[in-house]
Design a protein around this ligand. Sequence first.
Ligand SMILES: [Zn+2]
Length: 191
Amino acid sequence: MNVISNIFQSQNFILKNMSEEKLKIDKIKKGTVIDHIDSGYALTILNLTGLGESPNLMTIGVNVSSKKYNKKDIIKIEGVFLNQIQLQQISILSPNSKISLIEDYKVIEKKKVKLPDIIKSLILCRSNTCISNSGEPIDTEFNVLEEKPLKIQCVYCNRIYKLDEIVFSSKEKIEKRVKQSIELQNILDKS
Ligand SMILES: [Zn+2]
């Protein structure tokens, strides 16, 4: 993760000096444009959705001037289309985002993300005593209390989370499973 954000930081340094006009002209042939991202959230989106791990060409604009929101971030990714989970994750991280799918340099579809009232199975509750962490097959569920700044509450243990405390479940679950199998393998190797 650190390596990735370092790369982005160095890219930002260059991109920050580019004008908005240049970013508009810099069209992609095929892929996805995520526009109107809340300013400062482009890197968070790339990190938390896993899009940042793509080897494809990306253009990232941070603090681009915008008529509507004063400042915004923008991400353009060549050859990548977002899956449903990534769209939902973006709706949580930056609910004003507008997503365009590009083919042959033309917009073929526009999607606007919407933050749901209830977020199911997407986010992990970090409370050890929460029933969603008991090993039972229970999906996490959070009520959205406030949209901006984001505040969500676990319906099972009532713990409240802010945006920077959110862990998306997909990634964490995979990491947990990998860790468990390594630990198990160590025990088996020793016996
Ligand atoms: Zn909980």
